[in-house]
Design a protein. Structure first.
Length: 230
């Protein structure tokens, strides 16, 4: 009986993923045309090295094709050249899987998903496999919670992994922060944003270059739940 229920669950999830993957990711036609135009300009600016071959894969779904095009259109040039298309495709698929599996996946507006869940980069850190690793650790911990409670639980998890300590000027990647178990505010917030995005919660890093009362800066995190940024 348990085996039958598991098979039915897998079948339902597969149907949902298939339906999502074959619907337009860039739903508004005018916006889709603008992204396509911006993507073509990026390709023309980088004509050497076969940097965009992943988009020639005939097996890509509509979601994968348009999500990759969106990422490539607006990512820094260094990210185009330094990381493979397969790396971005894996992250696109992981974000789609998360959206299908998390209970709040269909509550996140498409615009917020595009800008604050799908992107891998947060700051100037090296990109890594944190989306896959963090989702594996966090999904069972948050899947029965509301979005607000899930945000708090992810924050507790982050505190279990990384504590505050000054570091050097270069921002460490989320997985590097786990390995050292410490980071300054810019690294802790980069880490937290990556963790929240890994479970499909829109998140962004916020900076002030200088406080009014002191010659110092700071970074923190905003997360979105149920129609509002916190």
């Amino acid at each position: 009986m348990k085996t039958f229920i598991h098979l039915v669950s897998v079948l339902i999830l597969s149907i949902v993923l298939f339906a999502c993957s074959n619907a337009h990711f860039l739903k508004e036609e005018d916006y889709r045309n603008q992204v396509t135009k911006d993507f073509e300009q990026k390709k023309q600016a980088l004509p050497h090295g076969d940097l965009f071959t992943v988009l020639s894969n005939p097996d890509l779904s509509v979601y994968e094709q348009e999500a990759l095009m969106f990422l490539y259109a607006y990512m820094p040039i260094g990210d185009v050249t330094d990381y493979s298309g397969d790396y971005y495709l894996e992250n696109v698929r992981l974000s789609g899987q998360t959206r299908a599996e998390m209970p709040w996946g269909d509550k996140v507006p498409n615009e917020l998903f595009r800008h604050f869940v799908l992107p891998i980069r947060v700051n100037n850190e090296n990109l890594d496999d944190s989306r896959r690793v963090f989702y594996g650790e966090l999904k069972d911990r948050v899947k029965h919670l509301s979005m607000k409670d899930a945000i708090l639980e992810v924050n507790h998890w982050c505190h279990e992994k990384v504590v505050y300590r000054p570091s050097d000027a270069r921002t460490s990647s989320p997985l590097a922060s786990v390995k050292t178990a410490y980071g300054r505010c810019g690294e802790e917030s980069t880490f937290a944003v990556a963790a929240l995005r890994s479970v499909g919660i829109p998140a962004r890093q916020v900076y002030t270059p200088r406080w009014a009362h002191t010659d110092d800066n700071h970074a923190w995190v905003e997360a979105w739940a149920d129609g509002q940024w916190y």
